[in-house]
Design a protein around this ligand. Structure first.
Ligand code: ADP
Length: 461
């Protein structure tokens, strides 16, 4: 470009000198005054020509710069990837190409950043934990949907708002305070009272990267974990207590025998009978506890296959007939009239037998002499069901919802005397669930109780 400018002006100077030389050579007779006049006119013409040329040249050189300036402005306004088309020399072309390459790189980098941001947002949104990022003034920078659900706020409206206005949950702010005050990350759990009490775990970690101090708060709903832990603790406490009771009776009876009760054959027989009874209780208890634990852990290895329901019920009634008759109870089976007699359940044979035996055993235990036990069954297109109904003592309304809990007994002393471990119905419930079925109970105090079990029908989709 420099050379083009230089040559253009050099040409003008040469033309001026040539013109002046020609003028002097052609007019040897002209006076100095005439020559000065003509030279002035010629110079004036040359100046006009030079100004014109300078104007044209200036425009010619300025145009690419104007175009570049326009392109840069568009880029600054956010039109990333904007390309300029420059007319001019090779230098302008090169400059434009450099500009276009830079613009394309900026657009690519921005797209990449945008993609990364969206990816991060999608990851955070998909998390089961709630995530809130706050700046150093505790303004919300980001909050995912889960955080909104756990702390009951709208994440879309939370960005930019003060954390204190987003949620008023005092224990939450107390944990955040501790997290922001400490040098290391802080985690704490607290209970949230309400219609459905919950348990939340909050983790606060400060960050100071790249001059944007703030903190990230991760919230987790630990209600289920806490409940499971409490259930486990209750189970251990109950199990220890239940095991201790028969052991204490055995121990005291054995001590009585050791202290000389063997000398009295009648007392000896009573003590030994007690020992035998409590040993049986212990065995039952341990058997039920192992059963329950195997069902819950999935280690029972249920073999699901078609099991004829009618036959399973008939066999159960036959097994329990002697016990029922010993208590002068009537036990009857009521097959359905509207479904084939050979209808099959999709079940584990031993599991189904255990369910039936537990329910019929309870019916016998909790129905006074002269009562009646009816086992009826039926089926729909995709399920089979059976009911064990008795005319027994019934279950009070306050207890009916709890009889499936482990070790739950309506009347501890009374039921224990019946040989109750309080685990039978828990086993029934877990077995039914393991076979993708369910169990329900309805009862009227003093009138009787009905347990209804539903299981998938074999062959249904
Ligand atoms: P268990 O098998 O040791 O009796 P369950 O878990 O089967 O324990 O039963 C829990 C409690 O539910 C029993 O202690 C009893 O109070 C009550 N119950 C169960 N079945 C009946 C029934 N058919 N009639 C009245 N009460 C019942």
């Amino acid at each position: 470009m420099f050379w083009r400018l230089f040559l253009t002006y050099l040409m003008l100077v040469v033309v001026t000198i040539v013109l002046v030389g020609l003028l002097i050579a052609q007019r040897p007779e002209a006076t100095a005054g005439e020559l000065v006049g003509e030279l002035t006119a010629a110079l004036a013409l040359i100046v006009i020509a030079a100004v014109g040329a300078a104007f044209v040249l200036a425009r010619w050189f300025a145009r690419p710069l104007v175009e570049l300036h326009e392109g840069a402005r568009k880029l600054a306004e956010g039109d990333l990837g904007h390309r300029v088309r420059v007319r001019g020399g090779a230098e302008h072309f090169e400059l434009a190409e450099t500009f276009n390459a830079m613009s394309a790189r900026l657009a690519d980098t921005f797209r990449l950043l945008e993609h990364d941001r969206e990816q991060l947002r999608a990851i955070l949104s998909g998390m089961v934990e709630g995530v809130i990022a706050i700046d150093e003034r505790r303004r919300v920078v980001f909050a995912n949907d889960r955080a909104g659900a756990l702390l009951e706020f709208d994440p879309a409206n939370a960005v930019g708002a003060q954390l204190a206005t987003v949620t008023r949950l005092a224990p939450f702010h107390a944990v955040v305070d501790k997290g922001l005050a400490g040098a290391v990350a802080h985690r704490e759990e607290f209970g949230v009272p309400g219609a459905v009490p919950r348990h939340l775990s909050v983790y606060v970690s400060r960050f100071t990267g790249h001059g944007t101090p703030g903190a990230v708060v991760v919230i987790d709903d630990t209600t289920d974990v806490r409940q499971a832990e409490r259930a486990r603790q209750d189970f251990v406490a109950n199990a220890s207590h239940e095991l201790k009771t028969p052991l204490a009776v055995i121990k005291s009876n054995v001590e009585a025998l050791l202290d000389g009760a063997t000398a009295d054959p009648e007392a000896c027989a009573t003590f030994l009978a007690q020992v035998a009874k409590e040993a049986d209780r212990l065995a039952d208890l341990i058997k039920d506890m192992l059963s329950l634990s195997r069902i819950e852990s999935g280690a029972l290895g249920l073999e699901l296959r078609p099991v004829p329901l009618g036959r399973a019920i008939t066999e159960c009634v036959e097994r329990n007939l002697t016990r029922a008759e010993a208590k002068t109870l009537t036990i009857v089976e009521k097959p359905p009239t509207d479904v084939p007699a050979d209808v099959t359940a999709w079940a584990d044979q031993d599991g189904l037998r255990q369910i039936l035996d537990n329910l019929v055993d309870n019916a016998i235990k909790y129905t006074p002499s002269g009562g009646r036990i009816t086992v009826r069954w039926g089926a729909t297109a995709d399920a089979v069901s059976f009911e064990v109904e008795d005319t027994g003592i019934g279950i009070p309304d306050a207890d009916v919802g709890r009889v499936f809990e482990r070790f739950y007994r309506v009347d501890k002393a009374r039921d224990r005397a019946q040989g109750s471990t309080g685990l039978g119905l828990a086993i029934v419930k877990h077995l039914a669930q393991a076979m993708r079925g369910q169990v329900r109970v309805s009862s009227m105090l003093g009138k009787g109780t009905t347990f209804r079990v539903t299981l998938p029908r074999a062959g249904s989709a």
